[in-house]
Write a protein that binds this ligand. Sequence first.
Ligand code: NAP
Ligand code: MG
Length: 504
Amino acid sequence: MSSVMEYQHFINGQWTPGESGETMDVINPATQEVVAQVPKGTVNDVNKAVANAREAFESGVWANKSMEERAEILLKFSTNVLKNKNRLAYLESLTSGSTIRRTMGIDVTAVSDALKNAVQRSQEIPLLEHAMCLPWHIPQHSYIVREPLGVCAGIVPWNFPMILAAWKFAPALMMGNSIVMKPASITPITLLELANLAHESGIPAGVFNVVTGSGSVVGNALASHPEIDKVAFTGSTEVGRQVAHMAADGIKRVTLELGGKSPTIVLDDADLDMATSLCIHAFLYHTGQVCESGTRMLVPRKMQDQIVEMMIEKIKKLPIGNQLNPATSIGPIASAEQLETVMKYVDIGKKEGAQIAYGGNRMTDGAYGQGFFFEPTVFVGCNNQMTHVREEIFGPVQCVLPYDDVEEAIAIANDSPYGLGASIASMNATRAQWVAKKIRSGTVWINTHHMLRADAPFGGYKQSGYGRENGAHVLMEYSQVKHVCHNLVPDASKYRYFKVLGLN
Ligand code: NAP
Ligand code: MG
């Protein structure tokens, strides 16, 4: 890639230059080459996008379309996403460090699935309900109708830029809202591409807008904007808390999908080939930069050495390299900042007395030195109170924690401020189900990890956030209900409710 791609905001159905003319560089994390530039958005850019989104909403150009009409356009958008698979996958990999194998195999399809899911689930939820009038003994008709919220804001991170955005814009659009989105500063271009594709697919101007820029300016302006009705945020718990505070002043609805420190519990009846592959997949998928990564691995004490040895043998065979090479299993870390965070936590782990069984270093040989590569790292000798075991690292670091009985494993698994995901490796279905019941997290997997589905809800317990994405549940997060009560007694003198005030 030699020429630098130049992007603008996507506002009111058009590419729109930023007010300040300042730009931000987007780099390839495998080479540190600048591959694109986007506007460094200002508060006025946000105001413009929100004003257009509000106008589009109030005009009814989208909100007043029937569910069928909106569904038809979203399905066309979904088809257009698939038609642009190669381009979207390439741009996503280039800028986020995601392997091309994954973006081609999963990510683009997942965006299209999010749109299809919103359409399909909208046919299952009650859009109109009738309430009984019995308690009043007077003729009246009450019904409950589900309506859009208005203008939504979506603030998304850099780890799965397209998927995490689609989990917000798909339900928001299906339910008739307008939306203004802010991508992460380091991965902005695929969301801009998707907004343009949405417009080309028939989403009216102003309904789907994207403003690029920093979290402290653009993110902040969205979370506190008086014309925004709902803020959907995915990212760190720290920023999520700030977003919730900002949104609270305007009593905005908020959904938060935050960090995690998910446990993987290997039971002593597990198939060890399955269990070791699961534990590797849990912490190395997207080089560990997944909110529900399995990074606390609980193993029966007597089996620890055998399991760790098997895992390391498998890890050694995984090709690490440039994410655009289809042979690569593990790509670079997404940014210099994130690489520094990973290195900081590895140091803390060593200082607090854990031992490195594998990895632990930045990779600097040959082409690796041009990018943000870090060895898959396995810590042993850990306990659940250590800093690197408790806090989210967001990198390719696994912590092995031995346990003596299953009750202890469950207690350690639940001893975390987070509750996003958890997995269990076991060949005994009833035992696994019993453990699943005891785990305090929004998702529990048995003999798998990271298996998120468009048709099943995803979200956190505890400080991993609130609200749910996906499933039918997400459509509730982007709509509200109105009760309409119609008194059918024509004569005021006979209407018993007025009697309370002595009116008749
Ligand atoms: P982050 O700071 O929480 O960023 C997430 C999004 O929020 C980005 O679009 C960011 O914009 C924006 N943002 C930042 N500050 C903001 C503010 N004051 N008001 C409104 N929006 C704001 O996450 P990060 O710095 O990229 O990563 C830090 C840590 O977050 C990671 O190490 C990881 O632990 C966690 N994380 C979790 C997830 C997840 O899926 N749950 C995803 C990514 C990161 P900018 O990009 O412009 O800063
Ligand atoms: Mg940040």
